[in-house]
Design a protein around this ligand. Structure first.
Ligand SMILES: [Zn+2]
Length: 319
């Protein structure tokens, strides 16, 4: 049983009360790096979340970071309308999401860290910190996003990863880092650790884009969590690849380091926007196959226990 609390947009909540956790998703987002693929309508998000709820999703981790149209008030509205707890994110993405001239390119590591710290401990900035004089939203972030490029961590990404490591060290908040096509895993972990983050607080997203069970076992052996999110992403590979990967990593002894998310990061992926696979896919299409592979206990550990432990904060969210 997971101990401690998570911080949701509607307040703290016992980590052992989350149910099935979609450990990496998006409900409201509009990235300058993905023109025309924004999804910003809370009514559509509510429709999608209610459909997910009906299939058994208990909690959603909404990993939209600073600069991608993060909408704390919208997330509160979705959580209140559906009753589904939402853990929101602070932190920063990889370079591709920040246009030239964006404030993140010239901010010091100290400013980058202070803004994440404020999001986590006071409340999220309502407009991506574009106008620092605006009052903070009452909803606090409960996790931190990071990002790196393909086989490479740029200078700007390095500064932002150093900043989020410092914010994690100060608060105990979990860090989920976008790995581009599953690359640069060890380099990302090395950098975060040298900047003060504990491996237990680090997860890497999209590692299953590079479904290499030996590499993943090495990452898990460092104490880092693997977050798989190509479920239903048939354009990359069939779900059987993800199931084979999970089974291989479990046999290598790392079942307790795996979490799953759908990472619906563009409007084409939502049923509420007349696309797919939609939020319900995790429980309707994938989980029955996961249960057949691993049994009820193995599926429960991946869907419920591991994310509860990963996203839990040691005390009330701040050191
Ligand atoms: Zn994402």
């Amino acid at each position: 049983m997971a101990e401690g609390h998570v911080i949701t947009v509607t307040g703290p909540r016992a980590a052992d009360s989350l149910g099935v956790v979609d450990a990496h998703d998006h409900l409201l987002m509009d990235s300058p790096g993905m023109p025309g693929q924004g999804f910003t309508d809370p009514a559509n998000a509510i429709e999608e979340v209610l459909e997910g709820l009906a299939t058994g999703i208990g909690t959603i981790v909404e990993m939209t970071p600073i600069g991608l149209g993060r909408d704390p008030a919208g997330l509160r509205a979705v959580a209140e309308a559906t009753g589904v707890p939402i853990i929101a994110a602070s932190g920063y993405h990889r370079d591709a999401h920040y246009p030239e001239g964006h404030w993140v390119h010239r901010a010091s590591v100290e400013t980058l860290a202070a803004r994440v710290f404020a999001d986590l401990t006071e409340g999220m900035h309502p407009a991506d910190w574009l106008d620092p004089s605006l009052p903070l939203d009452p909803a606090r972030a409960g996790a931190i996003k990071g990002g790196a490029s393909y086989h490479h961590i740029s200078r700007g990404e390095r500064r932002r990863l150093e900043a989020i490591a410092a914010a994690s060290a100060a608060t105990g908040a979990a860090i989920l880092v976008h790995s581009e096509v599953g690359t640069a895993a060890h380099e990302i972990i090395d950098l975060l650790e040298s900047a003060g983050a504990h491996p237990d607080r680090i997860a890497l997203a999209h590692l299953d884009r590079n479904p290499d069970p030996e590499l993943h076992a090495e990452v898990a052996a460092r104490g880092v969590t693997l977050e798989y999110d190509t479920i239903g992403r048939t354009k990359y590979h069939p779900d059987s690849v993800v199931l084979d990967l999970i089974e291989a990593v479990a046999i290598a002894g790392h079942l307790d380091r795996i979490m799953l998310g759908l990472d619906l990061g563009s409007r084409d992926y939502f049923r509420a926007y007349e696309g797919g696979p939609g939020l319900r896919y995790l429980m309707t299409a994938f989980t029955p196959r996961l249960r057949r592979r691993l049994g009820e206990d193995g599926a429960h550990r991946i869907l419920v226990a591991n994310p509860a432990r990963f996203y839990a904060l040691p005390e009330d969210g701040a050191a």
